[in-house]
Design a protein around this ligand. Structure first.
Ligand SMILES: Nc1ncnc2c1ncn2[C@@H]1O[C@H](COP(=O)(O)OP(=O)(O)OP(=O)(O)O)[C@@H](O)[C@H]1O
Length: 204
């Protein structure tokens, strides 16, 4: 390795971030730098503020104080945010359009990546919980700008071993392609196997 190589680019930075919930401080003065190639585990007890931090970093919540520098990102919350009446394919088409992708963007590769090609024409409401999770995760396999940051809240939830392995492959490939990931998980084995970079721990 070249000792004088440039450090990996920062894809997201948070400075002196403070959050409150219900008038109570959750965390104060939090600093974070997510660099290209990282896949970092955001840890902390129930209620420590992981979801709040991810939503704040994604711009879905205003911090009580502090500043965030961010580029392209994808946020996936606890809820899968799928429309029950659409088919899996229609739902992914809707997401692709919302992300500004051309209408003829091929979607099958993303479904195949999550092992969902056979469910493409089934309505979302008929899927199992794990299949719904896979359908939501398929959005991550769509084309996206270089250096996109993924902010993922419990992405391993409801997945079987095959689903976990597929998601780990997706996360690793994204980091290796110069993206970055910050994810929460209460599934230690899955998280340990995929992490690259230091864990970020929130105090309870
Ligand atoms: N809408 C709300 N109004 C007030 N307080 C809230 C609200 N939503 C969450 N909180 C509080 O904010 C704190 C942090 O919640 P958050 O969901 O960010 O934690 P978490 O670390 O993601 O927890 P978990 O591991 O259980 O998912 C908790 O104490 C919670 O009770």
């Amino acid at each position: 390795m070249n000792a004088f190589a440039d450090p990996p680019a920062a894809l997201l930075q948070a400075h002196d971030l403070t959050a409150e919930r219900g008038g109570r401080p959750l965390w104060r003065g939090l600093a974070l730098r997510l660099s290209a190639g990282e896949c970092r585990w955001l840890r902390g007890a129930n209620g420590s503020g992981k979801t709040t931090l991810l939503r704040t970093l994604a711009g879905l919540r205003a911090p009580a104080a502090g500043r965030i520098e961010r580029g392209p990102l994808r946020y996936l919350g606890h809820a899968n945010a799928l429309s029950a009446e659409l088919t899996v394919l229609e739902s992914l088409r809707w997401t692709a359009g919302w992300q500004g992708l051309p209408a003829d963007t091929p979607l099958k590769p993303a479904l195949e990546r999550l092992g969902l090609a056979r469910e493409a024409r089934r309505p979302v409401r008929l899927l199992s919980q794990g299949q719904k999770r896979r359908a939501a995760l398929a959005a991550l396999a769509l084309p996206q700008p270089a250096g996109t940051v993924w902010l993922l809240d419990e992405p391993f939830d409801a997945l079987d071993d095959d689903g976990v392995a597929r998601l780990q492959g997706l996360l690793t490939a994204h980091a290796e392609a110069g993206g970055a990931v910050l994810f929460t998980s209460h599934q230690e084995a899955a998280a340990v196997a995929v992490r690259r970079g230091d864990d970020l721990r929130l105090a309870a």
